[in-house]
Design a protein around this ligand. Structure first.
Ligand code: SF4
Length: 406
């Protein structure tokens, strides 16, 4: 906007549409293509610029879509204005080798669509090359933002009024290993807690092998870091885990989750799980289901396997039919809903601090607790972004209902 642009909605005669794509599944590819077509349909004279991970790994597929004027990779998007200043007669593509990228540039962001939380990307890329995953090809090698730049951005967002900051990245457990003076994620969160006035700090997804005892102890001792862990499990069957290229087994994972429950009793523990990985038999899925059912976790993000061209798993035999993957995912989502309800109901009658989100649902405000409980209660929309104390009274329609505490 400093360069003279004004943000308008897609159907308000936009002259320029920038589509920042995702390619984590074939469904997100299709959504990006649909959005490009829709942008062009609604604004027949607009320039459409496509960037992001889909543009990075398959620029030709996007170049060929009608109306696309520019396709640029994930590194090139840092220089977006430079590209926009040049008028061109035909579609221009520039995508460099992302595996050679060495830095993470923190964007000078001071506001987000939501008033309740802001996001700071502390790390990008990944070197793990799990057999199903396209991310190392789309985002490049693991690299970390400098701690001083992160502290500055967190402080700026806190001054802008954000009470909750979420630290994000692709592989945040590996934060700092590539820096000249190596630091760990635990060092970083302690610096942020000590040197900024942030009220709440939430961590994005962390690999199970990188959830150290030191980090768990820091969370347990902290009044700032939220007791909320998002951990990719991916499968609860050891053979499947091995073929996925994951570096732990179910024994390790169960010990980790039980340790978290001991050290952080009220914590939310959410797992990522993939169903229908190539060769996943009915027996292996049942092993996975039973393993997860027995873990003291509170929610699951379940994804049916999506074949990503260029990854080793895409060439494995025994690809599982989509309806089988989806049916397995539905069973796990049902299990997740039950686990979440039981966890949430255990807080009925206890006072919880929530930060109020924007907008109302069915006439009620929505607040998020430190341990990621979605809590609904009556109140004015003007409370968005505020911290309040509430007391859950019941469970209705998939969420806790609560009353404000004076
Ligand atoms: S699944 Fe996670 S750890 Fe594995 S390659 Fe993808 S981003 Fe890296």
């Amino acid at each position: 906007m400093n360069a003279g642009y004004q943000v308008v909605s897609l159907d308000a005669g936009a002259e320029l549409v920038i589509v920042n794509t995702c390619t984590v599944t074939s469904a997100t590819d299709a959504q990006s293509r649909n959005l490009i077509r829709r942008a062009r349909r609604l604004n027949s004279r607009c320039r459409v610029v496509v960037t992001g991970c889909y543009a990075q790994v398959d620029p030709n597929a996007l170049h060929d879509l009608p109306g696309v004027s520019l396709v640029i990779g994930n590194e090139e998007k840092q220089r977006l204005l430079e590209f926009l200043k040049k008028e061109r007669d035909s579609t221009y593509v520039e995508v460099s080798d992302i595996r050679k990228a060495e830095n993470v540039c923190l964007q000078p962001l001071t506001s987000f669509a939501s008033r309740s939380r802001a996001f700071v990307q502390i790390q990008n890329g990944c070197d793990a090359f799990c057999s199903y995953c396209i991310i190392p090809y789309a985002r490049g090698a693991s690299r970390s933002a400098r701690p001083d730049a992160i502290l500055q951005q967190v402080s700026g967002l806190v001054e802008s009024g954000y009470r909750e900051i979420v630290l994000t990245g692709i592989h945040i457990g590996g934060y700092g290993a590539d820096l000249q003076l190596p630091v760990t994620l635990n060092d970083l969160v302690q610096h942020i807690e000590q040197k900024t006035k942030v009220h709440r700090l939430r961590l994005g997804s962390i690999e199970p092998t990188e959830l150290t005892d030191e980090l768990l102890e820091s969370i347990a001792a902290s009044r700032v870091i939220c007791p909320h862990l998002h951990i990719p499990l991916q499968s609860g069957d050891d053979d499947v885990l091995q073929r996925m290229g994951r570096t732990y087994g179910t024994g390790f994972f169960a010990r980790l989750v039980n340790k978290i429950r001991d050290v952080l009793p009220p914590s939310a523990i959410c797992l990522d799980v993939i169903t229908g990985f190539p060769g996943e038999t009915d027996r292996q899925f049942e092993n996975s289901f039973d393993f997860i059912a027995g873990l003291p976790v509170t929610d699951l993000h379940v994804f049916p396997y999506s074949k990503r061209p260029g990854t080793p798993a895409a060439t494995l035999p025994d690809q599982i039919p989509g309806d089988v993957s989806r049916e397995r995912a539905a069973r796990l989502r049902h299990l997740a809903a039950e686990k979440y309800r039981l966890f949430a109901e255990s807080f009925i009658g206890q006072e919880l601090e929530v930060i109020v989100e924007d907008g109302k649902k069915a006439g009620l405000l929505k607040g998020m607790s430190r341990n990621y409980l979605d809590i609904r209660f009556p109140g004015e929309s003007s409370l968005a972004g505020q911290c309040l104390l509430v007391k859950p009274t019941s469970w209705i329609d998939d969420a806790l209902r609560a009353e404000q505490v004076a």
